[in-house]
Design a protein around this ligand. Sequence first.
Ligand SMILES: Cc1ncc(C[n+]2csc(CCOP(=O)(O)OP(=O)(O)O)c2C)c(N)n1
Length: 330
Amino acid sequence: MNQKQELEVRRAADRIRLRVLEHTVSQNGGYLSQACSSADLFATLYMRVLKLAKLDKPLMPKKFKAVPGPKQKAVTGARFNGNGSPDCDSFILSPAQYALVLYAALIETGRMDARAMKEYNKDGSSVEMIGAEHSPGMEVTTGSLGQGISQAAGIAFARKVRGDKGRVVVMLSDGECQSGEFWEAVQAASYHDLGNLICFVDVNGFQCDGKMTTVMNLEPFDDRLRAFGARVFRIDGHDVQEIERIAKMRPSKKPTFVLCDTDPTRGLPFLKERYPKFHYVRFLDPKDRERYRGYYEKLAAKGDLTATAAIEAEKAAAEKAAAHAAGKEA
Ligand SMILES: Cc1ncc(C[n+]2csc(CCOP(=O)(O)OP(=O)(O)O)c2C)c(N)n1
């Protein structure tokens, strides 16, 4: 992607973070660190990587009618992504607590009407706090961690047999990769040569009880995945160019894993005060909520958090290097 496109992606990522911050303050709770760590990944996937159905306008989610059964057909949130055609990618969000970030990404990329957020976590709404198969952008129910990749591998197997061009793209969190089901799925996907499966893991280093390394260390995560037969890349998960480059590489015979090392306070450094418990932000003291409201108002007025600042810094460094080189020549 060129510099202009990169700026657009980074700005969308910042708007995702801001939207989740605004929601967290207004609802007195939210999955904010997940937005910080994964907004660049979501923005790049939705703007540069996923092969999606074209939409005439942002969609409004339908109400949740009833649990699927003989009288109720299953409804999925897939219509916010693809259209079921062989060329479209399937997108599986595995850690369902990231649904809030997914909704923000759908809004910021023009796929969901922003008014849908009024229905968030309300009885009878499909805009669930912990996303389920009927929720916008969700294609299967994955709330029990580790199940997303198993279902994705099954879908990838079926799509491979059918000869579909579309891939199965999965977004995972690092905490859920501690589960046995995750490793069984990796083993099966490798054994069945599911080269049409690509998994991005948000390695933000934290889970409910604090640091991954103090709960149950996964490292060396990349080597372990390789030992299970997968193709593995490890990247800076905030580098949108790198996410796109890896995502667009020619698929291999084996499933691909992209470990995205991320910072759960990226763009909102004041979150560092909550170290090492970032999992869910709720304000027990009303003064804290007001303080965060103040942060939001300041940042919203400024427009972006990381995007332009980062690009400007890069440009300034390049200009400085060029001036230095010119000075040397003269
Ligand atoms: C099988 C299963 N075990 C436990 C949970 C409860 N749970 C919900 S989120 C979560 C944390 C998992 O780690 P991660 O997704 O990396 O945390 P985050 O980055 O969102 O803080 C846990 C244990 C669950 N949903 N499913």
